[in-house]
Design a protein around this ligand. Structure first.
Ligand SMILES: [Zn+2]
Length: 297
């Protein structure tokens, strides 16, 4: 995939470095923040060592006043490493695609932000660790990605590669589009009103398959130049890889944190089919996973 020809200029917040822990605002070692850190350490077996240390008092004035690292819109050249450059171009490219599509129906697309982090991150939906996997938080309209996820895709499943990575991002952008269109809200309401867990889950599946279809719509807009030789097998490999890791992450999920993205929802076949629907048509109206009979998805 020839991603270096894609545009730059996505909203990227680079919170990598320094372990990704918020400097202030979180009372490390005490209160809720301390509890959360301890739980993360418990569940993920991470040694937080000097960070907790039972010290509830501010260790330095800096850590109390600094807050989260400011979003860096202008990143010095040396920080534009390959991972940054890649996500920047993929996000910018999805911005172009969805801005155009929204415009065509008289709407305005609010571009999402992608937060790059290491190890831990504070999102609008709660604390997350790298083990959570990529996710989208509708409350702050941000996507969260630890780039080690890409390395995991490569190492563990051999299913990495540029297209697989870009699929992961485009899928999260798909959730943002759902949020922009009010679909996510409607689904949440229906889920709350559901009479059974199975019914509630079925909405989750529809939401995931639609995000795949939306990822396909993005793929369509770059396919001429960038994805010309993409095969069904490539798509299958990318989706299977994301799903396999997602599965693993779900099993390690702890309670009370961000909900990891459920890449596992829907069968692999269904996911490929819905991606292809978006990919071949380039038309988000083809992505209505909600009005189909559930057993025909
Ligand atoms: Zn998803």
């Amino acid at each position: 995939m020839d991603w270096k020809n894609l545009p730059t200029g996505g909203n990227i917040e680079d919170r990598r470095g320094g372990g990704g822990l918020p400097g202030g605002g979180l009372a490390v070692g005490g209160g809720i923040g301390g509890l959360i850190l301890t739980l993360i350490a418990m569940f993920f077996g991470v040694d937080l060592g000097g960070l907790t240390g039972g010290n509830t008092a501010p260790t330095s004035t800096q850590s109390q006043t600094q807050g989260f690292p400011a979003p860096q819109t202008q990143v010095p050249q040396q920080q534009r490493d390959e991972a940054y450059d890649f996500v920047d171009r993929i996000v910018a490219s999805t911005d172009q695609t969805w801005s155009r599509i929204f415009q065509q129906s008289g709407r305005e697309y609010t571009r999402p932000t992608l937060v790059l982090f290491n190890q831990y991150v504070q999102s609008g939906c709660g604390q997350a660790s790298a083990a959570t996997g990529p996710f989208y938080c509708p409350l702050d309209s941000k996507m969260y990605l630890d780039t080690s996820f890409f390395a995991t895709m490569d190492r563990r499943l051999g299913g990495g590669g540029d297209f697989a990575y870009s699929y992961v991002i485009a899928h999260e952008v798909g959730h943002h589009v759902q949020n922009e269109l009010g679909i996510a809200d409607q689904v949440e309401r229906r889920q709350r009103a559901a009479r059974s867990e199975a019914e509630a889950n079925s909405y989750g599946v529809r939401l995931e398959l639609q995000a795949d279809c939306f990822a396909g719509v993005w793929g369509n807009s770059v396919k001429g130049a960038q994805l010309a030789n993409l095969s069904r097998e490539d798509i299958q490999a990318a989706i299977n890889t994301a799903a396999a890791i997602g599965d693993d992450n779900l099993q390690r999920q702890s309670q009370g944190y961000v909900v990891p993205d459920s890449f596992t929802h829907g069968s692999s076949q269904q996911r490929v089919n819905w991606f292809l629907r978006g990919f071949e048509s380039g038309n988000p109206n083809q992505c209505d996973t909600f009005s189909q009979e559930y057993n025909q998805l």
